[in-house]
Design a protein around this ligand. Structure first.
Ligand code: HEM
Length: 387
């Protein structure tokens, strides 16, 4: 499609239709120009044909200038300086998550990675550990309700997930009202003198948690699968910790975990050699843009040493991922620890892909790892394990 149909109209059997944009620079334009392409009618493909009920309330479904006002205080909290105090707690969380795998042998990386962002977001949102399993499960269901792994005995997985998440954050809103604290939930509650309604706080808490939980695990699994299939790159990365940031950026490009976002044309717009009529929905395919050979040399090779890796995994323009710094810190710490723990990693069976047109990832990734002969943790504790 990038070569032959860079603007492609797709009609669904039920009569709904949307345009697809697949080239890097066209994707940047759709995401970057809110005056041409609005987010206010929804930003997910599964919302096609139903305007977003949270339009103007939810960060991701609001255009500037209101979007800029909502986002400014959050930017500070999710900046490198705002997150500085959480680094060691993130490292402890990563170690806790990896410890069961130290028994050696075969284990499921997808199950392990699913827990990672929750342990990190919980530091910033001050969420007690007893709630993590439910919140992780509901986030996965909300992001990809169509996957068979997220089926529920009665009703729709999306409704079950929304009910669980909105109910949790509504109760937290009430519990935290009038009490002091510097977590992200209270920040939203007190933002601009308490200007946000209960509904606005709840939907934005939902969005932050979903943003973290739905994507980070799939970047971990996508990157590690690439490494497991390329042991020479794994060994090089393990020998050179300074190369980890490059590995993380290539893993973000390679896995493109958030694969598709939606916008609507505000007016007739000429793009990619065609015309999108006013009001029509446009889907941008991030995974495709990140494989555009006019921007990335040899795009189908996994190359952590690639210079100038201007991938779009975190999007582009006003809605550029709020959690990009948090995700980068988490992923860097995860790979520092993983490469330190395990001397070798290889696939131990067929990975199972997630069924989703929003998130690109896996629900099962069986791996075989060998623990390094001797591991010295920062705590001074030594773990002896067979190599
Ligand atoms: C590897 C991990 C991640 C990836 C690949 C990713 C990807 C993205 C992308 C592509 C967007 C743009 C959406 C759009 O243009 O409509 C976005 C927005 C967003 N992300 Fe992330 N994200 C990641 C991690 C996180 C984390 C850890 C958080 C939690 C803090 C988060 C919270 C958000 C929020 C709240 C938005 C909406 C921002 C806005 O509308 O201004 N994301 N993310």
């Amino acid at each position: 499609m990038r070569e032959r149909a860079p603007l492609h109209r797709q009609e669904l059997p039920d009569g709904r239709s949307f345009w697809s944009v697949t080239r890097y620079h066209d994707v940047c334009r759709v995401l970057g120009e809110h005056r041409e392409f609005t987010s206010e009618r929804g930003s997910l493909l599964h919302q096609l044909g139903t305007d977003d009920a949270a339009s103007g309330l939810l960060l991701v479904a609001t255009d500037p200038p209101r979007h800029t006002e909502l986002r400014r205080p959050l930017n500070r909290m999710f900046s490198a300086a705002g997150l500085a105090a959480t680094r060691e707690r993130i490292r402890a969380a990563v170690r806790g998550i990896l410890t069961p795998a130290l028994d050696g042998g075969e284990w499921d990386l997808a199950e392990c990675a699913a827990k990672l962002p929750m342990a990190v977001a919980a530091q910033v949102m001050d969420i007690p550990e007893e709630f993590w399993p439910d919140l992780v499960a509901w986030s996965a269901m909300a992001a990809s309700p169509e996957d068979p792994a997220h089926a529920v005995p009665h009703g729709s997985p999306l409704l079950v997930a929304h009910h669980g998440l909105f109910d949790y954050f509504s109760r937290e809103f009430d519990r935290r009202s009038g009490t002091p604290g510097d977590d992200a939930i209270r920040l939203l509650m007190t933002m601009r003198g308490g200007e946000l309604s209960r509904e606005e706080v709840v939907v934005n808490c939902y969005s932050v948690l979903l943003g973290a939980n739905a994507t980070t695990p799939h970047t971990v699994t996508g990157t590690l699968l690439a490494l497991a299939e390329r042991p020479w790159i794994y060994r090089r990365a393990a020998a050179e910790p300074a190369a980890i940031p490059g590995l993380v950026e290539e893993g973000l490009r390679w896995s493109s975990a958030a694969s598709c976002f939606l916008r609507h044309a505000v007016r007739d717009v000429e793009i990619a050699g065609g015309l999108v009529p006013a009001g029509d929905p446009v889907a941008v395919w991030i995974g495709s843009a990140n494989r555009d050979a006019t921007v990335f040399r040899d795009p189908d090779s996994f190359d952590p040493t690639r210079g100038d890796n201007r991938h779009l995994a975190f999007g582009f323009g006003p809605h550029y991922c709020l959690g990009a710094t948090m995700a980068r810190i988490t992923l860097r710490i995860f790979f520092e620890e993983f490469l330190g723990f395990f001397g070798e990693v290889e696939p131990a069976g067929e990975p199972v892909r997630l069924a989703s047109n929003f998130v690109s990832g896996h629900t099962r990734v069986p791996l075989r790892t060998r623990v390094r002969r001797s591991l010295a943790w920062h705590t001074g504790e030594r773990i002896e394990a067979p190599c």
